[in-house]
Design a binder for this molecule. Sequence first.
Ligand code: MF3
Ligand code: CO
Ligand code: CO
Length: 257
Amino acid sequence: MSSVTIKTPEEIEKMRVAGRLAASVLDMIEPHVQAGITTEELDSICHRFIVDELQVVPAPLNYRGFPKSICTSINNVVCHGIPGSRKLKTGDIINIDITVIKDGFHGDTSRMFAVGKTSIRAERLCRVTHESMMKGIETIKAGSTLGDLGHAVQKHAESHGFSVVREYCGHGIGKGFHEEPHVLHYGKPNTGMQLLEGMTITVEPMVNSGKKETRMQADRWTVVTSDGSLSAQWEHTVLVTETGCEILTVSPKTGQP
Ligand code: MF3
Ligand code: CO
Ligand code: CO
């Protein structure tokens, strides 16, 4: 049985460490995200850094059969892209999703990167998706609801003419990679579960420039937009506090969420 867990102060400290380490991998990989590199090269650089430097565990590797240590989702790929021989080219947008396990606790975070100069539309999609995630995070405090969060994300994304993916969502996180509750990125204010102090959850909206529908590719992992439109995603791991929340995956390099 799985249920919502409330973290003790000791566990919260471990979540802080795991979150910071996960974010540090994104800081490390950023300069490597350049035209000509393959996504399996990005995976192997991250894998070596996670295992050798940070001495922690890349959670995706062998998770339900996932074959790599990170997820790389390019352009119309919504999420769970498997690193492979595809080379990045100028104008691509790519989500890199990192999850590490430190001392038994998970830190989960992803960002969008632009390869060289991208279209205005792609840039706007990435920016609005980040803003949507932050609007969702800003609703979080003890006593707020998951509906408040989802509504804030959805309202911002849709007000820019974009759509929110329904099939994949955020999640509780801790000793488990994916714990209860499901954190939907759409919804109605004052509905759904109330958040409690000491819960840790992810907020990770996937926003499409076209229609919200998605398709799973034959590899059973890669999710793409059904209309071929661009998709963006950002993710933070967040601790619910009495008065608000603490983002555990802020960049250690820039201090930015
Ligand atoms: N990191 C993803 C998430 O945000 C999950 C990836 S599962 C994997 O929940 F198996 F694809 F790695
Ligand atoms: Co996640
Ligand atoms: Co993730």
